[in-house]
Write a protein that binds this ligand. Structure first.
Ligand SMILES: [Zn+2]
Length: 59
């Protein structure tokens, strides 16, 4: 199966994406494209949710 190498912009971890991965086409078309691994993207959305929560409590 064809794969591409993508380095996570946040943690710098090297990931191998197979063609079923949602970012495969993006990285294949542009190897310099911003890629965020699943772990970091989960963490980011968890943090964003927490921040939204704080904002809601303040106002
Ligand atoms: Zn990462």
């Amino acid at each position: 199966m064809k794969t591409v190498e993508a380095v996570c912009t946040i943690c710098g971890k090297n990931n191998t994406l197979n063609k079923l991965h949602k970012d495969f086409r993006k990285v294949q078309a542009n190897p310099g494209a911003v890629y965020v691994c699943e772990m970091c993207s989960n963490r980011l959305s968890a943090e964003a949710a927490k921040e939204n929560d704080l904002l809601r409590k303040k106002s």
